[in-house]
Design a protein around this ligand. Structure first.
Ligand SMILES: [Zn+2]
Length: 467
């Protein structure tokens, strides 16, 4: 068999890995969208580098858009098979894919107004809301920790990856010419001391491993200071400067982590009296899905649930639903906290909030997650003095804060911990995916010291034989 890496190859978005068996059957691992890659992003998302009609099976590690976001395009372009994922991933993917289709429809409408003014050809969204609905019908919920025959020669098992609700590492046992080999794909690996989720699980010995390497050269600070930092930013921005604290946050995972931290602060009597808005219908829905899957919670959350029946809700928290309510926040003079998607500030309502508040020194934009260097969040993180939002230049007068320790991705010790159940010498090849190349090179050196013999960092569209 062969494997080709069509996304998240020396980059952290667009996760897409294609296994081709000798009998011609093809299994696609993830079908993620590229995000925050500047002018290149659109063309990267239009051309897969393979024919969707030739895919036999698809397996989805988790619902994040950089892993799932091109599934509707895959279906639009002719994929007709099942998409295996965990039950919680199915629930999250449903809301995320519909939202993604709506964002694209709205972005295309916005861009096309400009195109019409300039007499340029219109842009076509990557897929429609109907394509997203069709793809949701193909999602096939499959539980953790059980081998399932998806084909007579192919078995599939998920193990908990501890990254977001429903996230899994994917294990495939493929039999060719009477010989069975296991390919394990980490998906995104969470932290072993996550605030909300259980830790990533062990898995049987694999022959080939694809491991993410987002933080392959980083050790995170402990999670506790993140909570303190969050409260410090609320005090400084909202209480002292009387400004607005804008927090771009992924709807799934990071938003719930922020709400959980704020709820804990409230339980401890440490949360200042300030209105906190979650301005993203998707974040609201994702919080509901999270509450519906308590099986993923760690023991600390289980304990909190004994004294607080909703660890993601507290006095002063408001969920914004309509666009009008969201726009009304612009005219609000009082200090407040606005938690809104997307996490890299590349799309969604947070982009409008940033545009409306970036020129006022009273306000703070607080980055709490990974941002692609070319994304709006990434530019702000690097201290840009001026940014372009929807084609308009803005001076960055607002303060920009960064909390680095609030990560859904493991650092290199977490990644090593995920590999600790494996005998390095029995792994024929380790592929580093989902990371920036300079980070991956450092991570490779680290893994060589751990005893792994053959480690590759594939480029986009690189294909290699296994066995
Ligand atoms: Zn993820």
């Amino acid at each position: 068999m062969k494997i080709a890496f069509h996304g998240a190859a020396r980059t952290v978005t667009g996760s897409k890995h294609l296994i081709t068996l000798k009998n011609g059957k093809k299994i696609l691992l993830d079908c993620g969208m590229f995000q925050g890659m500047g002018h290149e992003t659109d063309s990267l998302n239009r051309d897969f580098g393979f024919d969707p009609q030739e895919i036999t099976y698809m397996v989805l590690s988790h619902a994040h858009i950089d892993h799932s976001g091109l599934i509707p395009r895959l279906v639009k372009l002719g994929y007709r098979g099942d998409i295996f994922c965990t039950p919680a991933t199915r629930d999250l993917a449903e809301i995320l894919l519909l939202d993604s289709a709506e964002i694209q429809r709205d972005d295309a409408k916005f861009t096309n107004k400009k195109m019409a003014r300039e007499g340029l050809p219109f842009v076509e969204p990557l897929y429609s809301v109907d394509d997203a609905k069709l793809s949701i019908d193909r999602l096939k919920p499959t539980g953790y920790n059980t081998w399932t025959h998806i084909d007579k020669d192919i078995q599939l098992m998920f193990t908990d990856a501890g990254h977001i609700v429903g996230a899994a590492s994917v294990h495939l046992r493929i039999t060719e010419n009477g010989k069975t080999e296991q390919i394990s794909f980490s998906g995104d690996i969470g932290r072993y001391n996550d605030a909300i989720l259980k830790s990533p699980e062990v898995f049987p010995q694999a022959d080939y491993i694809l491991i993410e390497s987002t933080y392959g050269s980083t050790l995170h600070a402990d999670a506790a200071p993140a909570d303190a930092e969050l409260l410090r930013h609320i005090r400084e921005t909202c209480m002292e400067k009387r400004g607005k604290l804008i927090i771009p946050a992924f709807s799934v995972g990071r938003t719930q982590e922020l709400l959980y931290a704020l709820n804990n602060a409230q339980l401890a009597g440490k949360l200042p009296r300030v209105d906190i808005f979650v301005d993203s219908p998707l974040s609201t829905e994702a919080t509901a899905v999270t509450k519906a899957h308590p099986e993923v919670f760690n023991s600390e959350v289980a304990n909190i649930l004994k004294k607080d029946d909703d660890p993601f809700d507290f006095p002063g928290l408001h969920y914004i639903k309509t666009v009008d309510e969201s726009k009304a926040l612009n005219f609000r003079q009082e200090p407040c906290v606005i938690i809104s998607a997307s996490g890299m500030a590349e799309a969604g309502r947070v982009k409008h909030h940033i545009a409306n508040n970036i020129d006022n020194a009273r306000n703070t934009i607080l980055i709490v997650g990974y941002c692609e260097p070319q994304s709006l969040g990434g530019k702000l993180m690097r201290g840009a003095k001026e940014v372009s939002i929807y084609g308009t230049r803005f001076h960055v007068n607002a303060a920009v804060g960064v909390i680095r320790s609030m990560s859904a991705h493991g650092d290199y010790e977490d990644l090593s911990q995920w590999l600790a159940c494996q005998h390095p010498k029995d792994v024929k090849k380790l592929f580093l995916v989902h990371g920036e190349y300079d980070v991956q090179q450092i991570f490779r050196e680290w893994l060589i010291k751990k005893g792994f013999l053959d480690i590759e960092i594939p480029e986009r569209h690189y294909e290699t034989g296994l066995a």
